[in-house]
Design a protein. Structure first.
Length: 339
């Protein structure tokens, strides 16, 4: 059965029968996110247009693919959905996105100004959340639950933590930045040096890390502050619980933008507007397990009860990150390889 939402804007003027809109995104957005609902609603509003998702990897991998394809001569992508705010400077420096027209995205008016992380007018947010730690309450003793980042380095946690690689994963990058914000330029490497003995593995992306966690291979995983809400709503269980060390969590805003050089700018704008619609935004909590960005979207009751907002959200300015990231990643890699 086709899933058609409410009333959507009139057909894009000039949309041609047989037209195609290609959207690059990350794997989990398609596998269990709202991609199918978006596709069906978009194609219902634009007969003859085929919405095509391309999502073989994590968001950082997909952004690298987009940048690489453009550098090699061109890309089939018209829209990119899933760029983390910390990766914005990299994308802008590569000219990956063209400016959007606010008047062609009416639903943008419902996004609070504090979530508009791109002041250049190239990328707009579609969801936001917090990177923190999740533990298995059946496998981790209560006295080992990390109440601070320093607690993660306790010898009793040796081999009990799964992390994601900051070079290929946006949650992994968020955690690296969190440690830099928390410990400062002088202390973050010492923290990581103490942490690595407790890390079972560093995975390429979030999906691999969480699958290992669910399989019981480690009782602590770097993930999202909405995971307890997911566990309760999807499985009726409070087994997997969120902890915010030091009351912190790294705030992550995910954005979407129109790829430079697309030959479907009107359809691309219509896509962005649809994703910001109340109907789609209200799917975000229980499909993306993130917080919606639209002020019109209402949170499901159980999601609001169990999704955690850290008392002290952490973030670093994207411009500051862009200036130092290459050096930070090089130092992190040297520590990973050399110990």
């Amino acid at each position: 059965m086709r899933w058609i939402l409410g009333v959507f804007p009139l057909l894009v003027a000039g949309a041609c029968l047989g037209a195609e809109l290609v959207v690059y995104t990350y794997d989990s957005f398609v596998s269990w996110g709202p991609a199918q609902a978006i596709e069906e609603a978009f194609e219902a509003a634009h007969p003859g247009v085929d919405l095509v998702w391309v999502a073989p990897g994590d968001s950082s991998e997909m952004l690298a693919r987009l940048i690489g394809e453009r550098a090699a001569g061109g890309t089939e992508a018209d829209v990119f959905l899933g760029i983390a705010d910390v990766e914005l400077p990299r994308a802008l420096a590569q000219g990956a996105f063209q400016p959007y027209s606010p008047e062609s995205i009416p639903n943008l008016a419902h996004v609070p100004a504090e979530l508009l992380f791109d002041q250049t007018g190239h990328v707009i947010p579609f969801d936001h959340g917090y990177i923190t730690f999740v533990y298995d309450s059946e496998l981790l003793a209560e006295e080992l639950i990390p109440q601070s980042l320093e607690d993660l380095t306790r010898p009793e946690l040796k081999g009990k933590i799964v992390l994601e690689d900051p070079r290929t994963s946006s949650p992994g990058l968020s955690f690296l930045l969190w440690t830099i914000a928390h410990f400062g330029e002088e202390g973050w490497l010492d923290f990581w040096r103490d942490l690595f003995p407790n890390v079972l593995t560093v995975t390429k992306g979030w999906s691999e890390a969480y699958d290992m966690f669910l399989a019981g291979e480690a009782p602590i995983v770097l993930s999202y502050s909405t995971d307890t809400a997911y566990s309760y709503i999807a499985e009726g269980s409070l087994r997997y619980r969120v902890v915010t060390p030091d009351g912190e969590g790294y705030r992550q805003i995910e954005g979407m933008g129109i790829v430079s050089g697309t030959d479907q700018p009107e359809l691309a704008h219509a896509f962005l507007d649809l994703v910001l619609s109340k109907e789609i935004q209200e799917l975000i909590p229980t499909s993306q397990w993130m917080f919606p960005v639209s002020s019109e979207a209402e949170l499901p009751e159980d999601f609001a009860r169990y999704a955690v907002i850290p008392g002290h959200p952490v973030s670093l300015p994207p411009e500051y990150v862009a200036e130092h990231l290459e050096g930070w990643l090089s130092e992190w890699q040297r520590l990973l390889v050399g110990g």
